[in-house]
Each structure stands twice: as structure tokens, then as C-alpha cells.
Design a protein around this ligand. Sequence first.
Ligand code: TZP
Ligand code: MG
Length: 205
Amino acid sequence: MKLRGLYLILDPAVAGSRPLTSIVKTALDGGVRLFQLRMKTSETRKIYELAVVLCPLVRNGGGTFIVNDRCDVAAVVGADGVHLGQEDLPLADARAILGPGKLIGISTHNLAQATEAEAGGADYIGFGPIFPTATKENPDPVVGVAGLREVRVKVRIPIVAIGGITAKNAADVRAAGADCCAVVSAVLSAPDTQAAIAELVKAIG
Ligand code: TZP
Ligand code: MG
């Protein structure tokens, strides 16, 4: 499994009435192979109920399924890994829970956090917000493509850029050294999911 291309974050609060199952099917058909389930305000059972459906859907389609925040949900549904922020479980404890074979991604917002995550054994870092975003509540300061370039020089593990990425700016983000571009609203709020995915996949290259 390679960490490259479009990394689609599945957030039902952004998708609204669009079922995540059909978004996943469209995305798999469009070549997307990296998915993360992100449910910031839901009860555990609701997260579980969606994860237990989406995980096999993604994996049977040849994709990688990662759960945001929740090592427990990731473990019980057999996800490929977990994505943790700076306020979540420490990386070493998450690794102890999930074992060495699972992916652990760490959200980082500056060079110090990025190098710390790499030294601690993260499989990849999220880095951002690259651009302003309305999707995340209380986002960290925008790092820009210049911030991404700076981190690229110091970090060898894959970098998943995030925050305000669209088909229009994705090529600049890749050129600054991101392996993957993670998006929420550019796909989940798009009027035409299939077209939005196709444009992003093309732009990311
Ligand atoms: N972390 C940093 S920015 C962000 C997260 C989860 C939200 C990205 O959403 P969008 O809609 O792709 O800007
Ligand atoms: Mg988190």
C-alpha cells in the first residue's frame, strides 16, 4: 500500500444527505485508495455502526481504511489504522493498542510536531492547514505551501497535506512535496461527486 494520491476524509456532518457508502463506491471507481472516517461529535455507537459498514466496503475495493481519533473503533472493525491529533492518545500508546502492522498517522501543524511524529514512529504525518478551511473548528494557523516545503526537507515519511485543498491548488501542494492531498469539502460538498473526484485525482497526479 502506497500513501499517495487523493486521501478522502469521510465526514457525515459535511456529506449531509449524501450517503457515505455511495461516496465511497464512487471514489473507489474513480481510483481513490485512501479513506478516513472522521466523526467529531458522534456517539461511539454511531461511529462504530458506520465504521463497521465502511471498513469492508473500502477494503474489498482495494482501499485502505483509517479511523480518526479512535483506536478502539479502529481495532474492533479491523481498520488499517488510526489518525491521531495532538490532543489524542500518545503515538506509543496507540501503537501498543493496535500493534506494529497498523498505520498511525499524526496531525501536525509545525516543523517541531512533524519531526517529533516521525521520530516517534508515525507511518505518515498530516500537515496543515495548508490553506484556510471552514471544515475544521478552531483550525491551527495556516501553514501555506511554504510551510509544507520546509517540512518536506526535514521529514522522510509520507506527508498528507490538508486544509482547503481543491483541484485548483492541488498541483501546487504536490509540487511543494506532499505525497497525498487530503480533502473533505472539495468532495463531500461538491455538487457532482464523481466529477470532483476525477478533477482532484488528475490534479494530484
Ligand atoms: N485538519 C486540518 S484542516 C482540516 C482538518 C481535519 C479540514 C480539511 O477540510 P477541507 O474541507 O478539505 O478544507
Ligand atoms: Mg483527533
